[in-house]
Design a binder for this molecule. Sequence first.
Ligand SMILES: O=C(CO)COP(=O)(O)O
Ligand SMILES: O=C[C@H](O)COP(=O)(O)O
Ligand SMILES: [Zn+2]
Ligand SMILES: [Zn+2]
Length: 325
Amino acid sequence: MGLVTLRQCLQEAERADYGVGAFNVNNMEQVQGIMMAARQARSPVILQASRGALKYTNFVYLKHLLQAALEENPDIPVVIHLDHGDSLETVKTAISLGFSSVMIDGSHLEFEDNVALTRSVVEYAHDHGVSVEAELGTLGGIEEDVQGTVKLTDPAQAEIFVERTGCDALAVAIGTSHGAYKFKAEPKLALDLIPEIYRRVRIPLVMHGSSSVPVELVEEVNRFGGSLAGSKGVPVESIQRAIQLGVRKINVDTDIRLAVTATIRRFFAEQPAKFDPREYLGPAREAIARVVRSRMEAFGSAGHAGDYQPITLAEMRERYRSGQP
Ligand SMILES: O=C(CO)COP(=O)(O)O
Ligand SMILES: O=C[C@H](O)COP(=O)(O)O
Ligand SMILES: [Zn+2]
Ligand SMILES: [Zn+2]
């Protein structure tokens, strides 16, 4: 298998009716833990890097970590994706590093500016065979506008947006937000928007801010000196319902952060005399694999690694050029 584009990965997910987890990476142990899970679950996987990750790893280390993931797992379909790209320049950098998919996040812009930015990225990325995820509507958390309100995705506007931009997948705002504090009371998502948006746009939908913030991880972090009072995530059952309605890419970063933090806090509390990083980074890697494997099974992607052969970027470029991607 190896490198696949987001377009092919999500088309196959539509065909076999499952969702694919998109997991953020910043270091070796995260990449290894996620790929351990993909091998164990025999699941396609999306490895995604934000601008923060590109900066943290000085680009070149990330490039080779992602190449290592492909080299070590030739029988697993892997999408290498830029998360929350902010400009055509960042997109070009990601594509130069070998990414097979990019997100351009113009959700905070006025509609016409989002269309223009997304269109410019689609033209460039498709000319390299690379898929494009765009976003319409704003999440809570890091994307709240100055009034602190979020704009849910409007189905009619989404139809026009996708028609005018030609993006391959659309991130929608249905009430999720990034981080560990997604809801002040009981989780409430506008799941009813999904089928209406999907019916109109007819491309796979993306759910950001989809970590579940498992209570057992929060309790372990807090037991060993952490402070995560009031944290609340998206119930896995809500994600499974969203997948049934048209969401095919599910973004998870916070749950991986919590798995690492809980493991390392426990280690330092229980083994204060130890100081070899391999003795806590290794177990952290296994904790990542446990969380990610559980999501692959919940999203339904487990067992689908062998379903299809990858279409190369060169072939995708020709398909885009001929209008039949
Ligand atoms: O949306 C995300 C990455 O783009 C991650 O969301 P979480 O913070 O819920 O993990
Ligand atoms: O968009 C949110 C992702 O979790 C990435 O987070 P980051 O920008 O801190 O790397
Ligand atoms: Zn956004
Ligand atoms: Zn996100």
